[in-house]
Each structure stands twice: as C-alpha cells, then as structure tokens.
Design a protein around this ligand. Structure first.
Ligand SMILES: O=C(O)CCC(=O)C(=O)O
Length: 293
C-alpha cells in the first residue's frame, strides 16, 4: 500500500472516468452486478470512456508497473470498477486473480485505487501476506459466484474468515490517493460495505509485462475485444494495448469500436453461466462453498 501515490489531477481523472462508466454500464457490467442492489461492477470501461483511456495512456501507472515488474514492454490488460453503496452486503470472496485470466506469467500487477476513504468497515481489501508464493491454485470465485469461471480442476479456497488466526491477513485504512499494488496470485477479498454512510468506489488497473503468455482455459474470463495473441504466445493486439516503451496508434484507435463486433462473446458467456449454474444445482453440487464474511 503506497500512501499518497496519486496526485489530485490523476485522481480527478479517475473519478470522472468511473462516474461516466457507472452512468453507462456495459452489458457485462449489468450482468456481473445483477445479484445485489447497491453493488456495481464493470470491466473494460477504458474502451468506451475517454477519461479512462487517457488515464491508462498518459498517467504514470504504466511507468510504475514497468519499474515494479522490471519489464521492457508494458501492456494494459483491463480496468475493473467495484462500487459498494453504504450497507451493501456484497463481499468479494477470497480469490487469486490469475486463475480467472487467460494468461500465464509472473510480470503481472494490479493497482487498486480507492476513490473514497476505505477501512475494514467500508469494505477495504484484505490480503494474505506472501500468498502469491504459495503453490496452491484455487477455484476462482467471482463476487457473483459465476459458475462458468469455476475451474473444477482446482481446489476450493479454504474458509479463511472461519479461521483467521491461521493466516497472516493484512489490510489498511486508505484515503483517496493511496494505492494498493499486488501480484495476481495473492489471495485477497473484502467484506460487504458495513458502513451506513460511506460509499466505496474503487478502480483496478491491471498491467502485463514481457513474460506474459496467452493461455486461455475453458474457465477463463472471456475477452470480448479483438486481439492477435496466439495460444501460448505473447499477448498482443488492441484488447491488450502496448503503453510502453511506446503506444501503437492502431491499438489506441480500435477502442472506438467497442463490444459491437464481439457482442456474441458476452451473450454466449452469459448463457453458459446460466446453463452451468443450472447443471451444478441439478447435480446438487453447486461449488464453491459460500465463504464466511
Ligand atoms: O474491490 C473489491 O472488492 C475487489 C477487488 C479485486 O478483487 C481486485 O481488484 O482484484
């Protein structure tokens, strides 16, 4: 957690972008936010919101990611917005991000940028210190317990909050401008927003370095934007735009054709989700188990 990393001008741009995105939620965002009122999530908002595009292309995040990952090339993976209104009972289950993603590699990092003050009561993120070095890979549990992204080859996440003393759990009180930076195998999660007054908006920005390969599985998050990555090869193309050492204008411009061409990818993922949940219910084995929060 880096105190006061972000200058007010970048914070303002992030807030402007998030507010615009929330006023115009994507199809995927509506689907992922459907279960609890007061909870809003969206992804790939930079593809349609200029303020977020500018934040990604021109703010210092890419350079910070480059320094941290010790990489020459930096590509942007995607943005994710998480909003929990006061009193919203929508915990983010303990999870490792990488198991959701069609990627392999170690040079990957996320920045989690709160736009409101956060603490444990208002759904501050919690991490298990050092868990990115564990060999365990757990079933990916999304906040909506999305069945299509459950990789049945992986083990269930232990019920960490039922036995918190056995884990080295860390969290922080944060102010806007403070930023969390983490590896995608670090186990993390957050409670619902138990505050009666404080809403909790956060923007996550995810970055990729030289060693990242495109390795999709049947449980990976679908990528609804054009790219040119080949399986087991480096990530490339406009879905994962190159920011450093220099931009590619063709990738930057392609964002102007959001979702349309690939709308079917999202519809198919939504249908798969409903069918997969139904099958798991039918078989009496809807995994993963709910976590204590
Ligand atoms: O904001 C949250 O509750 C979840 C954030 C998260 O899991 C992430 O950014 O990877």
């Amino acid at each position: 957690m880096v105190k006061g990393l972000l200058d007010q001008n970048w914070l303002d741009l992030a807030e402007q972008g998030v507010e615009e995105a929330l006023a115009n939620t994507s199809f995927v965002g509506k689907f992922m936010s459907r279960k609890t009122s007061g909870y809003q999530m969206d992804v790939f908002a930079w593809k349609r919101i200029d303020a977020l595009r500018d934040l990604i292309y021109y703010s210092p995040f890419a350079r910070w990611a480059q320094l941290l990952m010790k990489t020459e090339e930096v590509r942007f993976f995607y943005d994710q917005i998480f909003v929990k209104e006061p009193g919203t009972d929508a915990p983010t289950p303990w999870h490792q991000d990488l198991v959701f993603w069609p990627l392999q590699g170690n040079q990957i990092c996320s920045f989690w940028i709160p736009l409101d003050p956060v603490n444990a009561e208002s759904s501050g993120l919690k991490y298990i210190k050092g868990s990115h070095k564990w060999s365990n890979r757990y079933k990916g549990i999304s906040p909506d317990y999305n069945a299509t992204m459950l990789n049945s080859d992986l083990e269930d996440v232990p019920d960490i909050n039922a036995d918190p003393g056995s884990y080295d759990i860390i969290d922080w009180d944060m102010e806007p401008g403070d930023v969390l930076i983490f590896h995608p195998l670090t186990l993390h999660g957050s409670s619902g927003n138990k505050s009666r007054k404080q809403k909790r908006r956060a923007l996550a920005l995810r970055w990729l370095g030289d060693d990242v390969r495109y390795v999709p599985t049947s449980a990976s998050m679908p990528i609804a934007y054009s790219h040119t990555s080949k399986v087991n090869g480096p990530v490339s193309g406009a879905a994962f735009p190159k920011i450093l050492p220099e931009h590619e204008s063709s990738e930057r411009n392609l964002r102007r054709f959001p979702e349309n061409g690939k709308f079917g990818v999202n519809v198919k993922a939504a249908i798969n989700n409903v069918v997969a949940s139904g099958k798991l219910f039918g078989a009496g084995k809807l995994t993963p188990k709910k976590q204590t929060w």
